[in-house]
Design a protein around this ligand. Structure first.
Ligand code: AMP
Ligand code: ZN
Length: 112
């Protein structure tokens, strides 16, 4: 298995865990873009949002639910952003689906 995030999830590459359950693993981004920058990834390898199918609907909802739980636990009462970079134009650099949770500062819009 050559996938970086699969290795993080299985523990062969270290990470700073933030939250985990049977479906997902959340960990601190190694290059944080905000005071809170957490990645929420499904335990099962799924290359991107574009690779999801009907059977993944509950899993996709679970990832957003987990992000909201983490945001609350991190005290992001003023708000936050979740983002799923998808594919080349979407800026995805790791081909294992992950939700970015960003918060702790005002976030500009639109993105670059
Ligand atoms: P994306 O560009 O949306 O695919 O996001 C990939 C994210 O993974 C980037 O924000 C990277 O900083 C982050 N990242 C890459 N390697 C690691 C790592 N070993 N541990 C934690 N985060 C990582
Ligand atoms: Zn993977």
């Amino acid at each position: 298995m050559s996938c970086l995030f699969c290795k993080i999830i299985e523990g062969t590459i270290p990470s700073s865990a933030v939250y985990q359950d049977e479906h997902c693993y959340a960990f601190a981004d190694i290059h944080p873009q905000a005071p809170v920058h957490v990645l929420v990834a499904p335990r099962r390898h799924l290359a991107s949002l574009a690779h999801s199918d009907e059977a993944d609907r509950a899993l996709l909802g679970h990832l957003l639910w987990a992000a909201a739980q983490i945001a609350a636990q991190k005290g992001l009462a003023k708000g936050y952003r979740v983002a799923i970079n998808t594919g080349e134009d979407g800026g995805q650099t790791v081909d294992h689906l992950h939700v970015h949770l960003l918060g702790g500062r005002p976030l500009a819009w639109p993105p670059g």
